[in-house]
Design a binder for this molecule. Structure first.
Ligand code: SF4
Ligand code: SF4
Length: 212
């Protein structure tokens, strides 16, 4: 799931300077699960925009704004969206760009920041376990990703600095290499194999966020 957080209202209003008519778009998938762009957040943002002298011509929560077919079907010819000078988008960057692609004439204001691909621990509590490196190796590491979950992105074993099972860089996090070793204790053949170091340009640091 794509984890997002809402931008500050004043940043959204800044983007809307000079625009009086707006239409608010939400996402029924990831942004709903994150509580950043579902029905409730769309309603709240529409009310806040109205309090700030914007005329809200309408709102919609698209099933998946990142799917251009849905955007074409549900948004492209939406009369109320057409009346607005700007669409305010409560979706991730993929959703915003799908809408930009399908509706090139419409002004767009992204209202969310896109953070990472996350796993839900419980609602409002998200962990980054994969950084989409494009060359998955977790079949060799017990289903645990050292590329993302090791603070140094080490793919050939631990750095040796862990203290009581916790990472030396971030003591809030378990050392993923210890978890990998414990999981594969009886079958260490795959972790003994040498793996090519990955370029760290596409790897983001492991993230955990709590929004509730
Ligand atoms: S190795 Fe890690 S970062 Fe790469 S695709 Fe697999 S889980 Fe994602
Ligand atoms: S302590 Fe473990 S998780 Fe932390 S940097 Fe070293 S090997 Fe990676």
């Amino acid at each position: 799931m794509i984890i997002t957080k809402q931008k500050e209202l004043n940043k959204i209003l800044e983007q809307l300077k000079g625009k009086s008519k707006v239409f608010v778009v939400g996402c029924a998938a990831c942004a709903t699960k994150c509580a950043t762009g579902g029905e409730e957040q769309v309603k709240i943002l529409a009310e806040e925009l109205a309090r700030n002298q914007k005329k809200v011509t309408g709102t919609i929560v698209l099933d998946t704004p990142c799917d251009m077919r849905i955007v074409k079907k549900e948004l492209l010819n939406n009369e109320k969206a057409g009346q607005a000078e700007s669409l305010v988008l409560l979706s991730c960057g993929a959703g915003v760009q799908s809408i930009a692609q399908v509706c090139p004439e419409m002004g767009l204001v992204p209202a969310l920041d896109t953070l990472f691909l996350g796993s839900i621990e419980r609602l409002g509590n998200f962990n980054q376990y994969c950084s989409l490196c494009g060359d998955c190796i977790i079949d060799e590491t017990g289903g645990l990703c050292p590329v993302t979950r090791c603070a140094k992105a080490l793919v050939n074993g631990p750095c040796g600095g862990a203290v009581n099972g916790k990472c030396e860089v971030n003591s809030d996090q378990d050392c993923v290499w210890i978890l990998i070793y414990e999981k594969l204790q009886k079958n260490t053949a795959t972790i003994k194999k040498y793996r090519k170091i990955k370029s760290n340009t596409s790897i983001s640091k492991p993230q955990r966020i709590k929004t509730r």
